[in-house]
Design a protein around this ligand. Structure first.
Ligand SMILES: C[S@@+](CC[C@H](N)C(=O)[O-])C[C@H]1O[C@@H](n2cnc3c(N)ncnc32)[C@H](O)[C@@H]1O
Length: 219
């Protein structure tokens, strides 16, 4: 009988652990954080919703919007409902890559100040203009057009926000909105308006159970 070789057993165990870790990593590659190489933003994208506890979009939805901005090279975004800035981190990261900018609006001072701190910590404060204001009052004061809108304030207000931004979006630009599936009943007027607007091409995607509407302004 061959003598049991302890070192050989340890070697095989290490090989197994490395193999399992590699398999784990390839699984991680499929997460919303795959290929996000910005080491300042990445830990915040992973941990901010947990430390804040609610209201933030799921990471997968953030990644979807991030990719939408980059794929279409959008240049000027408007977010309504910043909260502590979690979705803003995803959007800001994308606009940093396209060379664009994001204006984000939050009515609640405490949350908006937290968002500003988060944008600074992430190194995105040059890309993101975070305003503490009532979006209903602020939007008419902002000049120029947008090519990306993200609605994520209180759901029954979506319709009124749509009316405010609808004609401020360039052809080829997009109006997106969060929670259109899990809070659809609170915004039925908004969803109907998207459907009947001949100038918009709308689809609803279920990346998470919340649902995101994507309405491209026809050229
Ligand atoms: C669902 S949270 C936004 C979450 C954020 N987009 C994220 O994923 O990190 C909605 C936010 O909209 C803000 N809000 C509601 N009405 C607003 C208004 N009229 N103007 C600006 N912000 C508003 C609320 O104070 C709240 O912080």
């Amino acid at each position: 009988m061959r003598k049991f070789n302890g070192w050989k057993a340890i070697g095989i165990s290490i090989l197994f652990i490395v193999l399992l870790q590699t398999m784990g990593l390839s699984q991680t590659d499929k997460t919303p954080f795959a290929d996000i190489n910005n080491t300042r933003v990445l830990p915040m994208l992973k941990n901010l919703p947990r430390t804040y506890g609610g209201m933030n979009i799921p990471a997968a939805d953030g990644r979807f919007l991030h990719d939408l901005i980059i794929e279409n090279k959008y240049q000027r975004g408007l977010e309504i409902g910043t909260s502590n800035g979690y979705s803003g981190l995803w959007l800001g990261l994308a606009f940093q890559e396209t060379g664009g900018e994001l204006i984000t609006l939050e009515i609640e001072r405490k949350r908006a100040e937290e968002a500003r701190k988060n944008f600074k910590k992430a190194g995105l404060d040059k890309v993101i203009d975070a305003r503490i204001c009532d979006a209903f009052k602020e939007i008419p004061k902002i000049e120029g057009e947008f090519d990306f809108i993200f609605l994520d304030a209180w759901k029954p207000d979506y319709m009124e926000f749509l009316q405010l931004v609808r004609h401020r979006v360039k052809p080829g630009g997009v109006i997106t909105a969060h929670n259109v599936l899990n809070a659809g009943r609170e915004m039925q007027d908004f969803l109907d308006a998207l459907k009947t607007d001949q100038g918009l091409e709308t689809k609803i995607v279920r990346i998470s159970s919340a649902g995101v509407s994507i309405s491209i302004v026809k050229k």
